[in-house]
Design a protein around this ligand. Structure first.
Ligand SMILES: Nc1ncnc2c1ncn2[C@@H]1O[C@H](COP(=O)(O)OP(=O)(O)OP(=O)(O)O)[C@@H](O)[C@H]1O
Length: 294
């Protein structure tokens, strides 16, 4: 990864009438990075992305993509692939015709059969769009975004409606795009996918960043957890714990390995079984749940 900014957003404001949907938002996405723009419902992610993609004008502030205004479509459009939440495919066209048509509009060159193979729609090449399943339509959306291996790819909720195999395939394709040097901007409500794949995350709430950083930077502010059940009566615990509604004990810790070791040794020394034991690092879900409580 180099430090070249592919996307540079400075003090972006977006208003709809009197309503300020995005307020003083600044961020950069560097070349080769996978940047996830996440947030609560109505946080302003779509409004921000639409501006970066060139579909919407900023109320104030500057947005640069490859050093140019994204409103200058001729300068930037052929360099970016966009997977929207819903694409407007013509229902009467076949899959092959749709990819050929929309791919051609991108100004990039590629082979339709190659793209169909990538998204596993080769067998559906002659099928009309109206006869595709929801997941197949989503893969068709993805096909148009990866056509011609663009330098910058926007993926808006890319795996919604996809079965697990298709999700794995999509992420494998994203991995290959990154190996080819593409920069990826992702929005998703599947936080585990962002946790697994994103280099950095911008976490939006009410029009601005609640947090921004790597997954480790976002999660390190909250404790990791250990949970387990015990037979009663049990001897006094060796670490501080609270009792949850289901009767299990909850240990919150910033020293997961050390405290887990203490608990396991205590259980062994006392001949106790730790029922339904769970231990894990802080997840992005926890960071989300903490929004509004801080
Ligand atoms: N055309 C519009 N006119 C007026 N208000 C709008 C318009 N589009 C969006 N908004 C408002 O701006 C805010 C941000 O919307 P946006 O769609 O950008 O959020 P989001 O983060 O993508 O949300 P979600 O996760 O729910 O899709 C919301 O409160 C929404 O109601």
């Amino acid at each position: 990864m180099t430090s070249t900014a592919v996307i540079d957003v400075e003090h972006l404001h977006l208003s709809y009438g009197d309503f300020h949907a995005v307020r003083d938002l600044s961020f950069q996405v560097r070349q080769g990075e996978l940047y996830a723009l996440l947030g609560t419902n109505g946080a302003g992610k779509t409004s921000t992305l639409e501006t970066v993609e060139g579909h919407r004008a900023a109320t104030s502030g500057t947005v640069r993509v490859f050093g140019q205004s994204p409103r200058d479509r001729r300068a930037v459009r052929s360099r970016m692939g966009i997977m929207l939440q819903e694409s407007g495919f013509s229902p009467d066209l076949t899959v092959k015709e749709s990819v050929g048509l929309i791919g051609g509009l991108t100004g990039r060159t590629d082979r339709v059969d190659r793209v169909l193979h990538i998204v596993d729609l080769t067998r559906k090449a002659g099928t009309r769009v109206s006869q595709l399943s929801g997941g197949e339509k989503r893969r068709l959306d993805f096909a148009t975004a990866v056509y011609g291996t663009p330098e910058l790819v926007f993926l808006d909720e890319p795996t919604t409606g996809l079965d697990i195999q298709s999700r794995d395939d999509l992420w494998a394709t994203v991995g290959r795009l990154r190996e080819a040097g593409s920069t990826i901007v992702l929005t998703t409500h599947y936080l585990e996918e962002a946790q697994q794949h994103a280099d950095r995350i911008g976490l939006m709430h009410q029009g601005t960043f609640h947090r921004e950083g790597t997954v480790a930077e976002l999660t390190r502010t909250l404790p990791a957890v250990i949970r387990f059940g015990l037979p009663t009566p049990a001897p006094a615990l060796p670490v501080q714990a609270t009792r949850e509604a289901d009767g299990r004990f909850l240990v919150e810790t910033f020293s997961l390995q050390k405290d887990l070791h203490v608990v396991l040794r205590w259980a062994r020394d006392n001949g106790l079984e730790l029922r339904d034991l769970e231990a894990g690092p802080t997840r992005l879900d926890d960071v989300f749940r903490a929004i509004g409580t801080e």
